[in-house]
Ligand binder design. Structure first.
Ligand code: AMP
Length: 223
């Protein structure tokens, strides 16, 4: 049993992916990449989430806007000694001053990172590459966890808008038979399949709708 965050989004997007692709819910393996200022990835098998990257707090998992994501636990002691900080100070660094912002030095917003990369900023490029690598690594792990995958869905600010990141992540997943259609991928914020017709795994973009998911759950509760 695990904790986690972004549950409403993962629930909404995984269900929508199954529906949109016409998969059999009880025989489906979906990976949802919720990539925004906070990012998390989930593995959803037969309609049930079996793993997710965030943990007891949103700090666990992939690199985020200002959060470090997974690190060696010994780094907590290392930073405390090096920066002369108490535990609260270290947690502040890991939650608010790390991730894309800490690595790039230009900010937490992916648009600023991309602009800096275009200007030749190597730290920004490094931060971008670390995120792409982390996403591909978790996706690979979840394919193993589910012993396969039918669909990979991208959502949230970066997942819905960053055409290049979707392309770069998918280029690390060709071993799974993932084949992106660059023309179909040339889209923002629209529900759409972005993989080629002969891709072994369907890749799609599903704009998340956490408000609708919350409204549906509330309705089910009061009925
Ligand atoms: P969210 O937390 O889901 O609102 O996502 C915020 C993240 O999405 C920020 O890093 C934004 O830079 C990124 N984002 C939003 N719009 C775009 C865009 N058009 N191109 C690239 N990144 C974007």
């Amino acid at each position: 049993r695990r904790y986690g965050f972004h549950g409403t989004s993962h629930s909404f997007v995984s269900k929508r992916a199954v529906e949109f692709l016409g998969l059999d819910k009880d025989n489906s393996k979906v990976i949802v990449c919720h990539l925004g200022n906070g990012s998390s990835i989930s593995a959803v098998k037969n309609g049930k989430c079996v793993d997710t990257t965030m943990g007891l707090t949103p700090l666990e998992g992939v690199v985020m806007g200002t959060r470090s994501g997974n690190i060696d636990p010994a780094i907590v002691e290392f930073i405390a000694k090096k920066e002369n900080l108490e535990i609260a100070g270290v947690m502040n660094v890991l939650n608010k001053k790390s991730g894309l912002q800490g690595m790039s030095g230009v900010g937490s917003d992916m648009r600023d990172i991309r602009a800096a990369i275009a200007d030749g900023n190597e730290d920004a490029k490094n931060a971008y590459d670390v995120l792409c690598y982390g996403i591909a690594k978790f996706v690979g792990g979840y394919v193993a966890a589910m012993n396969g995958v039918d669909a990979i869905a991208f959502t949230a600010g970066i997942g819905e808008n960053n055409i290049k990141m979707r392309k770069d992540v998918c280029s690390s997943l060709t071993y799974l038979g993932v084949k992106l259609d660059e023309e179909k991928n040339n889209v923002r914020g629209e529900e759409r399949i972005i993989s080629a017709d002969d891709s072994k795994v369907q890749v799609l973009l599903v704009p998340t709708n956490e408000e609708l998911a919350i409204a549906r759950e509330t309705l089910a509760l009061v009925k």
